[in-house]
Design a protein around this ligand. Structure first.
Ligand code: A2P
Length: 269
């Protein structure tokens, strides 16, 4: 490990594990992902987020990040935007293998399969970095045990922002333990809003028009049978919650399972 770009933390923090960056991948100039070492004591559920960040000016600057790696994997993975004027992401996007990232010891969150009642089809609806928690969930055997089909819709502005598209389409179906389930049940539905692509338009509009269901050849959304997880910008969550509530879906949380659950895509800056 070489070419560190950032100085190591000046001290240790009780609630944060210092993890070493292993790989960095820049998808576009405003979207990147990275993997880190994982402290042996870190436990989390697929779909949860952790506080992560950097020591800047002698103290930790942290933001909530969904964990994109599955909870049985040896490394941690995160997906981030890079905002030039963002206090954390403008620095985080410069990380190199060998640098240290601080990772909170208590992951939490609502995007858990246990927060949904059993059902037929599971919809994972993401925009932008909202894809991250679903990358962990589509590698979770429990998801395939509980649902007949898993529909992963990812809405982005330009096709370059379809992070992990190749992995989802070509590698996961060959995964040594999950491949068969993935090949049989996972339906990937990427959509692009600001350039031409095989599917275009916002996820909300594709649901309203019914195009997503005809494209996939599946029954339209039904609160009796279908379950939904949403992760994206505040505006996307508000629109989708309205759409789901109007169709009779009730929101679940850690106290009571429901027909859908919601989490903000964090770290917008
Ligand atoms: P659009 O290009 O029409 O704004 P961002 O990168 O800004 O987070 O956007 C990611 C994707 O989410 C874009 O395709 C964007 O579409 C879409 N989007 C933005 N707002 C909403 C919304 N309220 N409902 C559904 N999709 C949205």
């Amino acid at each position: 490990l070489s070419s560190s770009a950032l100085p190591p933390p000046s001290r240790s923090y009780a609630h944060l594990n210092p993890e070493t960056v292993l790989t960095v991948h820049h998808w576009t100039d405003r979207l990147f992902s990275f993997t880190t070492t994982r402290d042996q004591s870190l436990r989390f559920e697929n779909g949860q987020f952790a506080m992560i960040g950097l020591e800047l000016g002698g103290k930790p600057l942290l933001r909530a990040y969904s964990i994109a790696s599955a909870n049985y994997e040896e490394q941690l993975e995160f997906l981030s935007i890079a905002v030039p004027e963002g206090p954390l992401t403008s620095q985080l996007c410069k990380i190199q293998p060998g640098d240290t990232v601080l990772v909170g010891r208590k992951p939490t969150g609502t995007l858990l399969v246990d927060n949904l009642r059993p059902g037929r089809n599971l919809y994972l609806l993401a925009t932008g970095t909202g894809l991250a928690p679903f990358m962990a969930l589509i590698k979770d055997p429990a998801v395939y045990e509980r649902f007949d089909q898993v529909i992963l819709a990812h809405g982005v502005r330009i096709s370059g922002e379809l992070a992990y598209a190749n992995h989802i389409r070509h590698e996961l179906p060959k995964h040594e333990f999950l491949g068969e389930e993935v090949a049989a049940k996972l339906r990937y539905y990427p959509t692009v809003t600001r350039e031409d692509y095989q599917t275009t338009g916002r996820i909300t509009d594709l649901i309203e028009s019914g195009k997503i269901f005809t494209d996939l050849g599946i029954e339209p959304l039904d609160p009796e049978h279908d379950r939904v997880m949403i992760c994206g910008s505040e505006a996307m969550l508000a629109d989708l919650e309205r759409l789901l509530e109007a169709r009779g879906f009730d929101e679940g949380n850690n106290a009571k399972p429901g027909a859908y659950v919601v989490e903000k895509a964090f770290a917008q800056r």
